[in-house]
Write a new protein. Structure first.
Ligand code: ADP
Length: 451
């Protein structure tokens, strides 16, 4: 096992990793930009190193500064969290060249899944069901028209290097297609420096359901059930729950085993998420994330396993110590992503938190690095924290969520807590009847009565 690890991230996930490391008896090194000198992960770590000025490219994405921090402190491994360098295969390779362990998958698997076209090809080869679409990248309008006619309109133009819901455009008819291609290409070029795009059948009313997997790189891999992340705004997840209200246990086992078998075939190492759209009883692979995800606590609450702890042990070379039979789902968990944003306009609201009172009690977990007097800097994402509740049933989880949201106080900035207070009282949410378009429609039709 490692003696010391460096956490190459900030905010709630840096704290989350720090907690897992402490429980394993591993010393922790926090890194921070000058804007984060007062951050909670810095205060709680055994050591900390300032790695640069506020912009992420000069600090949290600054590989030479991170290497120096490892060298100065003698950290043997780096946990990248999510975002920043978590899916940067080159970073994993550079660390290996310096005899530092990357707490994540093999570089080849990060690279493979980072290219969505390659990822889909691989998924197909591994018998994972995919969304119908183009075989590879689409270069001309003529090729696009031909594929679109084969799969049928509407179609979705997607960026091969896409992420964060960017570089995606719907074409409802053949007339829309040239424009959708051009816009997706230029958005992809600007956001990812790569204008390769591909085509997919646009599903009209799917749910987003993703399977959590864990592999040890020694040939073993298991699944830990699914999360339903259908409540989205601008293709970004807002509220996640598990198990999915749309699946029964045999569907759950079937898709879980398909994913676990695929990961055994790949000899995948670490945690990963295989994302699907689910419509009319069928699953369609969209992508795989080769890192810990924001919504991982949902799975932890229903399985009782600490995914970050497992990640660290696997990176240290241990074989998997959980078998598929040990994974017994218990009850229901729901997560709300609480952002420093206005609850209806979603305008970012960085600034000082004057008063902070998180909820507590049975089945309530708050993953946050916020505290009273903390100033949320304007440079990074707007996540203030995640409220996760667990109950024996979905009804109990919802009841607990309503109570916890009413108890949660974050004064001084705008947060999305009022949005969740409305959602938890909505009949569709209570009945679990929603697809990926539900939230946008709800917001557009004035469902949210917040000034
Ligand atoms: P990103 O990597 O940018 O997050 P994904 O491929 O994971 O992109 O898709 C993000 C979201 O976009 C999905 O959860 C879903 O809401 C929507 N989406 C993606 N592909 C399709 C599709 N073929 N049809 C309908 N919606 C889609």
């Amino acid at each position: 096992m490692f003696d010391k690890i460096l956490i190459a991230n900030r905010g709630e996930i840096a704290l989350r990793i720090l907690r897992a490391a402490k429980e394993l008896g591993i010393a922790t090194v926090a890194v921070h930009s000058t804007a984060d000198a007062d951050a909670m992960h810095v205060k709680l770590a055994d050591e900390s190193v300032c790695i640069g000025p506020p912009p992420a490219r000069d600090s949290y994405l600054n590989i030479p500064a991170l290497l120096s921090a490892c060298e100065i402190t003698g950290a043997e491994a780096v946990h990248p969290g999510y975002g920043f360098l978590a899916e940067n295969a080159r970073f994993a390779e550079i660390l290996a060249e310096h005899q530092i362990e990357f707490i994540g998958p093999k570089a080849e698997h990060i690279r493979l899944m980072g290219d969505k076209i390659e990822a889909k090809r691989t998924a197909k080869r591994l018998n994972i069901p995919c969304v119908p679409g183009s075989e590879g990248a689409i270069y001309t309008n003529e090729d696009a028209q031909q594929v679109a006619e084969e799969i049928g309109f509407p179609v979705l133009v997607k960026a091969a290097s896409g992420g964060g819901g960017r570089g995606m455009k719907v074409a409802r008819t053949a007339d829309d297609l040239p424009n959708a291609l051009a816009t997706a290409r230029s958005e992809a070029k600007a956001a990812f420096g790569d204008d390769a795009v591909y085509l997919e059948k646009y599903l009209d009313k799917p749910r987003h359901i993703e399977v959590q997997i864990l592999g040890d790189g020694h040939g073993q891999a298991i699944h830990l059930g699914e999360r339903d992340c259908s409540l989205q705004r601008r293709h970004q997840k807002v509220f996640e729950e598990g198990p999915s209200p749309a699946l029964n246990s045999s569907q759950r086992e079937e898709i879980g085993e398909i994913c676990a078998a695929a990961m055994r075939e790949l000899n995948y190492k670490g945690v990963g998420t295989i994302e699907f759209l689910y419509e009319d009883g069928r699953f369609y692979f969209i992508e795989m994330n080769t890192r810990i995800q924001v919504e991982h606590p949902v799975t932890e609450m229903i399985t009782g396993f600490d995914l970050v702890n497992e990640q660290i042990k696997i990176a240290a070379g241990s074989p998997l110590c959980i078998s598929q039979r040990d994974v017994i789902l218990f009850g229901h968990a729901i997560e709300c992503r609480i952002n420093a944003e206005h609850p209806s306009s979603f305008r970012p609201s960085p600034g000082k938190i004057d008063y902070y009172h998180p909820p507590g009690g049975l089945g309530v977990r708050v993953d946050s690095a916020a505290y009273a007097g903390y100033t949320i800097p304007p440079y990074y994402d707007s996540l203030v924290g995640k409220l996760i509740v667990h109950g024996r049933t979905r009804t109990e989880a919802l009841m607990r969520l309503r109570r916890s949201l009413d108890e949660f106080i974050v004064d001084g900035i705008d947060t999305t807590i009022p949005l969740f207070r409305t959602l938890v009282r909505n009949a569709d949410i209570q009945n679990g009847i929603y697809d990926i378009h539900w939230l946008e429609k709800f917001l557009a039709t004035g469902g949210l009565d917040i000034a």
